[in-house]
Design a protein around this ligand. Structure first.
Ligand SMILES: [Zn+2]
Length: 434
């Protein structure tokens, strides 16, 4: 970029509100342009695009179903360590006893009392039986998980390596983290553990999730996942006819629940995503279950909707008991359990992290819109720690499907944008500018 153009950007930068303390201000990306290490890191990406694509394919082909991220974690650990970082795997653990946790690579800053995190989740939504082989169709890479979160992981590794090879010395310590348990019933457990461990020192969290450069998630969508279970004695379809039936009760309850009115603003949604129960066509079932996902821009609406579900299940059971001909043959029981909950939160409009992102966007010539979504950034945002989630460049589609794809064209811009926002909040060690 020409010098004149840099000055225009520098002086057209929005004036930050006076309420932002000086020490928390991000360094504008333009300020870095004269720093030889930063210039070298930015140039590193273009020279290494083929290597980055290779790492993305290789990591994508290592299965990482929920709660089984160990093998992929080990591969990421090796890659971060070979970039010269000090790497450890924390003890977040998983339910099947295999020791997997978040992979954490540390690039020490001059101020070790303050930290910033760059993260990408390791896990996919795909069960262990899914065949994952990356196919090439002209410029397109196809495989389940190739974009979500193959792109994020490849970017995490590339940015770490670009920093190390360019001898970047940050002011705040940077943690490069590949975390477990982002998807579904993983319930953000990796990010929760990370925040738990580093909260007092953490100044900002940048989450790399999927592809693109078109958005920045600054608002955390709150959600809850619930499971309703109705049980009864069960019996024979002919000889026990009239006995209360858990599936009948669940159907009665479901019809009540889906008629619940939810507001358009704040946007609130519900989805019955799974329903199961029964053993055979000619048996009165002894159990029926239902899984519901509820989401809202407002925690209050979420709480209301959760109570509505409980009331509907209770009412469905009551309706079934009242209409059963053989109440003496048994009673129905019910319970509603919380499978997971993602807290809500919002990045303040005047946060230094958002200013750093805007500055990075401007530097690379990108425009991005603010979004609300459910990501790893929910956890730090709920704790009042500045956090965003962004795509890591290129384009992708079909996330969470077997037809998922990724096209690397334009990846470089996403990598530069992520590096600049990271350095914007970490700052650079003083005396390093040339
Ligand atoms: Zn993802």
């Amino acid at each position: 970029m020409k010098h004149a153009a840099l000055w225009v950007i520098l002086f057209s930068m929005p004036v930050r509100p006076a309420s932002v303390p000086h020490s928390n201000r991000p360094a504008p990306s333009t300020q870095f342009a004269d720093n030889s290490e930063v210039r070298s890191a930015l140039a590193w990406f273009a020279r290494n695009l083929a290597w980055i694509n290779e790492q993305q394919s290789r990591l994508t082909e290592i299965p990482a179903p929920p709660f089984q991220e160990a093998q992929r974690a080990a591969a990421v650990k090796l890659l971060l360590a070979s970039s010269g970082l000090e790497v450890q795997i924390d003890k977040t653990g998983n339910v099947i006893g295999e020791q997997t946790g978040n992979v954490i690579g540390e690039l020490r800053g001059t101020n070790e009392k303050e930290m910033v995190v760059l993260s990408a989740h390791l896990d996919t939504v795909f069960p262990p039986s899914t065949e994952i082989k990356v196919r090439h169709d002209r410029d397109r890479l196809l495989a389940p998980g190739i974009s979500d979160n193959g792109t994020g992981l490849a970017a995490l590794i590339a940015i770490a390596r670009a920093c190390q090879e360019s001898h970047i010395k940050p002011r705040r310590t940077i943690l490069f983290v590949a975390d477990v348990g982002e998807e579904g019933e993983g319930n953000l457990r990796g990010m929760r553990a990370l925040i738990e461990a580093y909260k007092p020192k953490l100044k900002a969290v940048i989450v790399l999730d999927g592809s693109g450069t078109d958005h920045v998630t600054t608002k955390a969508l709150a959600s809850r996942r619930l499971e309703a279970t109705i049980t009864g004695p069960g019996g024979h379809s002919w000889s026990d006819f009239g006995m209360p039936n858990p599936i009948n009760a669940l159907v009665r309850a479901s019809v009540r629940f889906i008629n619940t009115k939810v507001p358009a603003a704040p946007r609130t949604t519900f989805n019955i995503g799974q329903i199961e129960g029964g053993t055979s066509i000619n048996s009165i079932p002894y159990e029926a279950k239902l899984k519901v996902d509820i989401r809202s821009e407002s925690e209050d609406e979420l709480t209301k909707l959760e109570s509505a579900l409980r009331e509907c299940i209770a009412a469905g059971v009551r309706d079934e008991m009242e209409s059963s001909r053989e109440r003496s043959k048994g009673k129905l029981e019910w319970k509603v359990e919380l499978l997971g909950s993602r807290p809500g939160g919002e990045l303040p409009a005047n946060s230094p992290l958002l200013a750093a992102l805007r500055s990075a966007d401007e530097f690379v010539g990108n425009q991005s819109r603010v979004e609300r979504s459910s990501t790893d950034a929910n956890v730090p945002l709920a704790h009042g720690i500045d956090a965003i989630s962004i795509g890591a460049g290129g384009t992708g589609g079909g996330a969470h499907s077997l037809q998922e794809w990724y096209e690397p064209a334009g990846r470089e811009m996403g990598l530069k944008r992520a590096l600049l926002v990271l350095l914007g909040v970490s700052g650079l060690a003083e005396g390093k500018a040339r």
